[in-house]
Design a protein around this ligand. Structure first.
Ligand code: ZN
Length: 84
């Protein structure tokens, strides 16, 4: 890919948590899935987020604590920056 991988990732950053939560708009969902097919960074972030959420559900917690959400967002930010 000759396009900068950074731009679309930054655009999707804000949506990744909603996507994992199943709260993302259907058309955006499809677009993000197309992006992830070509973007390892976003795929890894979504998988990590999903695993964390699955773990919390397994522990009997329906919602991610705000602190965990913040940590995930930092992880996402870092993944995007590592693409630089
Ligand atoms: Zn991406």
């Amino acid at each position: 890919m000759s396009l900068s991988p950074e731009e679309p990732c930054r655009r999707w950053l804000a949506h990744l948590c909603d996507y994992v939560d199943g709260e993302l708009d259907q058309s955006l969902c499809a677009e993000l899935e197309r992006h992830m097919a070509e973007c390892e960074a976003c795929t890894v972030v979504v998988e990590t987020t999903r695993q964390t959420i699955t773990l919390y559900r397994h522990l009997g917690r329906a919602e991610l604590p705000e602190a965990t959400r913040r940590r995930l967002k930092q992880l996402i930010e870092r993944s995007v920056h590592e693409q630089d």
